[in-house]
Design a protein around this ligand. Structure first.
Ligand SMILES: C[S@@+](CC[C@H](N)C(=O)[O-])C[C@H]1O[C@@H](n2cnc3c(N)ncnc32)[C@H](O)[C@@H]1O
Length: 260
């Protein structure tokens, strides 16, 4: 996959995307990253990328010309037309499902806003999709772009050693992941659950599934309602309920148990 980024702070991308799994994905050619300095595409003498908002109001707005000029200058060297994403708090929320969808696109171009945002004509003329990383406002689109790149890169074929780790982790199957442990068996008086040391793969699988259901019910009941659950899952939820894990009750659990 190729990802191009347009930003006025290209230096922010040095470091986080050079190391660990994303760094290796780049070194091995799974991910080709090109970060472009938008200022280089600002034609005026001072390389200005922002201006005052029409209609008044506080703050500055990113000018449209540098974005369009960057596209005009870069497009001849591009392998095709990218899917253009504007990072914006007004966009669709980035979820694991959205990351999977984006990981199937061969070429993304990410636009990073700053100040009060970007002139609306950039949205109209260049952008295919707006994506938000959450309901809060950051100072710029660079961190959201890096979050998106990280979430997508690890889904590219060949990037993670074991595809099973993606299959089992939080959100992929609609539930949060079960708790994980490593050595030592006992740490500061806290022991690893016996079942994980039992060597009984069926019991481990069942325990993990039960823990996933428990965590999701308590922490993200909204996900439990949407998750594809089978009869065994409902049995495990009933067990948890009978064990008193849900205290006075979790409405989502009652709803799942009432459903056939
Ligand atoms: C201060 S924000 C502008 C917010 C804008 N005035 C609004 O109210 O929608 C500046 C830039 O940061 C980025 N940004 C801020 N929060 C974001 C979020 N939650 N998700 C994605 N991008 C975000 C966007 O690129 C945005 O153009």
């Amino acid at each position: 996959m190729r990802v191009d980024v347009l930003t006025i702070f290209p230096e922010m991308f040095r470091g986080p995307l050079d190391v660990s799994i994303v760094g290796r994905a780049r070194a091995e050619g799974h991910l080709e990253l090109h970060v472009h300095d938008l200022r280089e595409h600002a034609r005026d003498r001072h390389r200005l990328t922002d201006d005052y908002p029409f209609g008044g109001g506080s703050g500055m707005v990113m000018k449209p010309e540098p974005f369009f000029q960057a596209f005009d200058a870069l497009a001849p060297g591009w392998p095709g037309r990218p899917w253009v994403v504007l990072l914006s708090p007004q966009g669709e929320r980035l979820t694991q499902r959205k990351a999977v969808e984006l990981s199937g696109r061969p070429f993304l171009c990410l636009l990073c806003g700053r100040y009060e945002g970007i002139d609306e004509r950039v949205r109209e003329g260049l952008v295919d999709e707006e994506i938000s990383i959450g309901d809060y406002v950051l100072t710029g689109g660079e961190l959201p772009a890096m979050v998106l790149i990280d979430a997508v890169a690890r889904l590219l074929p060949g990037v993670l050693g074991s595809p099973a780790s993606v299959a089992e982790e939080s959100f992929t199957g609609g539930l949060l992941e079960y708790p994980q442990y490593t050595r030592p068996r006992v740490f500061r008086g806290m022991a690893v659950p016996d079942v994980l040391l039992s060597g009984d793969h069926g019991a481990v699988r069942r325990w993990r599934r039960k823990q996933s259901l428990c965590r999701t019910a308590l922490r993200r009941p909204d996900l439990l309602l949407l998750a594809p659950l089978d009869a065994e899952d409902r049995r495990l939820l009933r067990e948890l309920k009978d064990e008193g894990v849900f205290g006075d009750g979790v409405p989502a659990v009652e709803q799942v148990l009432a459903a056939r």
